[in-house]
Design a protein around this ligand. Structure first.
Ligand SMILES: [Zn+2]
Length: 277
């Protein structure tokens, strides 16, 4: 009842588009953002530090160079209006067989070596990194956390977050909302709308960077095939591979010209793929 009222209040506020906390996502969806970017960046950094402590890091310089080469090409194409510069992004390659990758508010990126076994080439890896970066640009963690604050934690937790004080309960909620739940035994998938938006923005980013947008379709086809008894970890936080493949396939036509323009302008990434042993 209380949560329902809050939710309705949020909706009404968003319809007016004047109240603090309401925003329009990059693809034009109204969204409720209760937390400031600096708040989200701080949670992103804290969670990233936890990840680095708990998960082994890949030290092979050549593997790091490969993933960094792809990530650099992607973040160079992030439009300035999102408030990120290329040097804001930090990448860690985690030495872990999980087929997974993530990006956190503030520009923290993680790619697992398991993902490098699945992504056949630099273009496919670019489609994953572009997708994750797009979740950050569209502030999906903030949107998801805002929903949680309204529906689960109620106004008390919301006011704690807004007051810039992070207690353990809020931190736990933040970890879930950031999509790192799998590591903590809790799963919180992105919504279908967020997935669709990250696919659209991500495919555009990769094409602008000079990666072949057709390879996004190929990558997600591989991911879908790897489903079954032990689906890739990425799919637990990034659901709906079936509709995703159709959408990415439809969008190829739209983004091929951007890819060709990038090539003509000399943006031809040549990141040497190296599989972890
Ligand atoms: Zn996703």
């Amino acid at each position: 009842m209380f949560a329902g009222m809050l939710k309705r209040t949020g909706l009404v506020a968003c319809l007016s588009l004047t109240a603090a906390g309401c925003a329009v996502s990059p693809t034009g969806e109204k969204t409720l953002l209760l937390n400031s970017p600096s708040q989200m960046n701080s949670l992103g950094s804290q969670s990233f530090e936890q990840m680095k402590e708990k998960t082994p890091i890949e030290n092979d310089a050549r593997i790091n160079r490969y993933v960094q080469c792809v990530a650099d090409a992607i973040v160079m194409q992030v439009p300035s209006e999102y408030g990120y510069t290329p040097s804001d992004w930090e990448l860690i390659v985690f030495k872990d067989d999980a087929v997974n990758a993530f990006a956190l508010p503030g520009g923290k990126m993680g790619v697992y070596t398991g993902m490098l076994q699945v992504a056949d080439n630099q273009h496919q890896l670019a489609s994953v990194i572009g997708h994750e970066v797009s979740h950050v640009l569209a502030q999906h963690s903030n949107a998801r956390m805002s929903q949680q604050q309204l529906t689960q934690l109620g106004m008390a937790a919301t006011s704690i977050v807004l007051a810039d004080r992070v207690d353990s309960k809020t931190q736990q909620a933040a970890i879930m909302a950031l999509g790192l739940g799998a590591q903590y035994g809790i799963l919180l998938p992105y919504s279908r709308q967020h997935e669709s938006e990250a696919d659209t923005l991500g495919q555009e980013l990769m094409a602008k960077a000079g990666f072949d947008p057709r390879e996004a379709v190929a990558l997600w086809q591989k991911m879908a095939q790897k489903g079954g008894a032990t689906p890739p970890e990425l799919l637990s936080t990034h659901p709906a591979p079936g509709t995703r493949i159709q959408q990415l396939d439809r969008q190829v036509q739209r983004y091929m010209p951007l890819y060709q323009q990038a090539q003509a302008a000399g943006r031809r990434p040549n990141c040497e793929r190296l599989k972890p042993r």
